[in-house]
Design a protein. Structure first.
Length: 326
């Protein structure tokens, strides 16, 4: 049974258009001009229970707006959506107890108090029994390795430690759906890995439904098999994560190991040189020309080893958004 069903969802904002100059500013006091911004445009998708899905797009593409709609924080201008059978913007208490929203740019914990004080507040808000609260808190703090930090004021924690505390606060009431908006933004590599490992383990064990937005492709590749790509408010891809490279990449990577101790001159006529570290050289070659290029190189040079691979997902995503004008 689908956990989330979105049909032709749209959200338009009315933005004040301010003209330059003093006279124009004075006119704006009495006669304001507005323009329409389509943040989400006719978006449709379905997510099954227990699925972890990546929601990708450039800044301003409509990812966060979509999560706000599904969280009930804002109301759409068109379309419908249900999450666990609830219409999010009706803001029913029964729905609020079944989802959580975690963002890497906004904090829900009290800054000057230890995280455990905020956790007690969440216990009361979500009406978690004392027994469940104690067992859940112990489980989550051990999994995220923050047990010894519980009595430390949030402002004294590192960014990675604070994010782990945010995850605990979001999961204390055992939600069925978790919305993650850039959860590892600004984190160092070690903290990113800890968050990734926790989310992967927790999602598999609990079977919750997760929507993850991230510009960090290591998060996406580590956690998700399926991705929805959105740009200018519209869905441009909905399918397997691996299909993004197959569908949108126009190039492949050819790695050559020459028999001599040096790399030859003029090799750049076959493609873009990405790395030249004799006797190894990496070329970016147009996908449809790979076979012809390999034949010519093998006929002209003495090669000890050769390999062909796909471009990294993050490079393909960056090229896609640039091509789409994101």
């Amino acid at each position: 049974m689908p956990a989330i069903v979105v049909e032709n969802l749209g959200r338009t904002y009315q933005v004040y258009r301010k003209r330059e100059g003093l006279l124009a500013s004075l006119r704006g006091l009495f006669r304001r001009e507005y323009r329409q911004v389509q943040a989400v445009n006719d978006v449709s998708f379905t997510i099954e229970e227990g699925e972890m899905l990546a929601f990708l797009g450039p800044n301003g593409a409509g990812k966060t707006t979509t999560l706000k709609l599904l969280s009930g924080l804002i109301v759409p201008t068109s379309g419908t959506a249900t999450v666990l059978g609830h219409v999010p913007w009706k803001r029913e208490d029964a729905y609020r107890r079944r989802f959580s929203l975690v963002t890497g740019q906004k904090e829900q914990l009290w800054w000057d108090l230890p995280a455990q004080e905020s956790f007690r507040l969440h216990k009361e808000i979500y009406r978690v029994s004392t027994q469940d609260y104690n067992s859940r808190l112990q489980e989550l703090t051990e999994l995220l390795d923050v047990t010894e930090l519980m009595s430390q004021p949030v402002r004294e924690l590192s960014l990675g430690e604070r994010m782990r505390m945010e995850l605990i606060a979001a999961l204390l009431h055992r939600p069925d759906v978790l919305f993650l908006d850039e959860p590892t933004i600004g984190l160092d590599v070690v903290s990113q890995r800890k968050v990734q490992q926790f989310l992967l383990k927790y999602q598999k064990e609990q079977g919750i439904t997760v929507i993850l937005t991230s510009h960090y492709m290591k998060d996406v590749e580590a956690l998700c098999d399926r991705a929805i790509v959105i740009n200018k408010g519209a869905v441009i891809h909905d399918g397997a994560l691996a299909e993004i490279v197959d569908r949108f990449s126009q190039h492949k990577i050819v790695e050559l190991h020459f028999a001599s101790d040096s790399t030859p001159n003029g090799i750049d006529r076959y493609g873009v040189v990405l790395e030249d570290r004799p006797p190894m050289l990496r070329l970016q070659v147009e996908k449809q020309k790979v076979s012809a290029v390999l034949s010519q190189i093998l006929a002209e040079y003495s090669i000890e080893d050769i390999s062909v691979s796909e471009r990294p997902l993050e490079d393909v995503i960056a090229e896609l958004f640039s091509t789409e004008g994101g």
